[in-house]
Design a protein around this ligand. Structure first.
Ligand code: BES
Ligand code: MN
Ligand code: ZN
Length: 483
């Protein structure tokens, strides 16, 4: 799909569809074909609620073949997030009708680059379909050839395109089933991406992990026939604005059966998305390679398959982690935190001065926040603020969750330095406390994306499956790091 910014007047726009935003309460003041638009409002056929779409053919006084009225909701509540959804809804509802060229006019008072980027992202995210494994290669699938935004700059549209395409790259990885996307395959995909984008990629294999002493990652992966991989992606700016070095760590469990502490069969298929944090980091590195922020960024993705094979670790096993600390594995299904602690330790050895990890870590965060917000935990208020600001710019919902010494109590072990579960109360917090023990004093944010990384409900603006959550926030964090 070709992405452009146009500067024509509305009547001059030559496209299959010209889309304008209609808010609740009445037609836009300067609407083209204003008589027809007013009729739509008056008849109640269109009221401006978000996700509403009305289509007028051969609108009077316009070159465009169709005028599409897209609901923007309440004017005072409109923001870039609504813009993203609206652009997505426009794209998805017109695509299935065979419309090939769309021009979306930004509404008055929302004519800024921020909205141009959001509209572009929304259209690109909406264009993504997770059906490449179907044997009928969707011969007759309808394609939108070009999407243009009326308003803002081409630079903003280009940034939106890079973010949207990178997020779709993440979503493609996350949707892949466990048989096709093993840790080895994930590493290959990261390597291919790095070669295309001019990043350095290094993969630490099982032997090297043994030499280094990554007992936590090895313990999880030993139950699987698939070898583990620790994927390192490096971005170095041409000229750095500071000595800061951002480390992005992503949980890359390509399939989580739970191991010997096995999960119930129901919905286990979804545990393919247990590498969504790793996918978000790989996608973020892809965008960072193109947007070139003036800061050193390293992506670190520990990848394993959590299986109950005959060599699998047992509940009660004690492993020695890369940090030197020992952990008693009381539940093999709490594997994400195990692989993350070795990766977080390794990130510190690589010299990272700031760390963010993204992980589908706990079912408890789904209980706490549903599939709306991701949970954000941190040991550093200043850095957390920076991350939450980035999440607002990105339009990804994140909520500050607590950390406190008192939550550490249930992690104390009689046999090792600590054990890997904290019981049912505050499960997402005790998981974060477990990680905190391994980041020392490095400013760090942990994002628990278990609830927000997968879309189960049918939405008008995006396909079901992987959401790609976290990826845009990580990129905006890197872009705005010096502010
Ligand atoms: N990958 C899961 C967490 C998860 C749950 C992700 C639901 C997405 C949706 C994680 O590895 C896990 O199994 N966590 C356990 C931890 C428990 C054993 C302490 C959980 O949340 O049940
Ligand atoms: Mn698990
Ligand atoms: Zn898991």
């Amino acid at each position: 799909m070709d992405i452009r910014v146009e500067t024509k007047g509305l009547p001059e726009v030559d496209a299959d569809a010209l889309a304008i935003v209609g808010f609740e309460g009445g037609p836009p003041e300067s609407a083209p074909a204003s008589g027809q638009v007013k009729e739509l409002y008056d008849s109640g056929e269109f009221s401006g609620k978000s996700a509403e779409i009305a289509i007028l053919h051969r609108p009077s006084g316009l070159k465009a073949k169709r005028l599409v009225l897209a609901g923007g909701g309440k004017h005072e509540r409109f923001d870039a997030g609504e813009m993203r959804k609206l652009a997505g809804t426009v794209l998805r509802s017109l695509k299935c009708k065979g419309v090939r060229s769309i021009v979306l006019a930004l509404p008055d008072r929302f004519q800024s680059d921020h909205f141009t980027a959001a509209a572009t992202e929304g259209a690109i995210l909406a264009d993504f379909e997770p059906h490449h494994h179907k044997t009928d290669p969707q011969k007759d699938e309808k394609q939108v050839q070009s999407f243009a935004v009326l308003g803002g700059s081409q630079g903003a549209a280009d940034q939106g395109r890079i973010l949207g395409e990178s997020q779709n790259f993440t979503r493609g990885l996350v949707n892949e089933p466990g048989n096709l996307l093993t840790p080895t395959r994930l590493a290959e995909r990261a390597r291919e991406m790095a070669a295309e984008q001019g990043l350095e990629c290094e993969v630490i294999d099982e032997n090297r992990m043994r030499q280094l002493g990554m007992g936590a990652i090895l313990g999880v992966s030993q139950g699987s026939a698939e070898p583990p991989a620790l994927i390192i992606l490096r971005y170095r700016p041409a000229s750095a604005a500071s000595q800061d070095h951002l480390g992005l760590v992503g949980k890359g469990v390509t399939f989580d059966t739970g191991g010997i502490s096995i999960k119930p069969a129901e919905s286990m298929d979804k545990m393919r998305y247990d590498m969504a944090g790793g996918g978000a980091v790989i996608g973020a590195m892809r965008a960072i390679a193109q947007l070139k922020p003036p800061i050193t960024v390293t992506g670190i993705i520990p990848s394993v398959e959590n299986m109950p094979g005959s060599r699998a670790q047992r509940p009660g096993d004690i492993v020695k982690t890369l940090s030197g600390k020992t952990v008693e594995v009381l539940n093999t299904d709490a594997e994400g935190r195990m692989i993350l602690i070795d990766a977080l330790t390794y990130a510190q050895r690589l010299g990272c001065t700031h760390l963010v990890d993204a992980a589908t870590l706990t079912g408890a965060i789904v209980v706490a926040l549903g599939n709306v917000h991701a949970g954000a935990f941190s040991n550093n208020d200043v850095f957390l603020e920076k991350l939450l600001t980035a999440s607002k710019i990105a339009g990804e919902k994140m909520w500050h969750m607590p950390l406190d010494e008192e939550y550490k109590e249930p992690l104390k072990s009689d046999f090792a330095d600590l054990h890997n579960i904290g019981g049912r109360p505050a499960g997402a917090v005790t998981a974060a406390m477990f990680l905190r023990d391994f980041v020392n004093d490095v400013p760090w944010v942990h994002l628990d994306i278990a609830g927000s990384a997968w879309i189960d409900d049918l939405k008008p603006y995006i396909a079901k499956g992987a959401s790609g959550i976290g990826m845009r926030t990580l990129v905006h964090l890197a872009l705005n790091f010096q502010n």
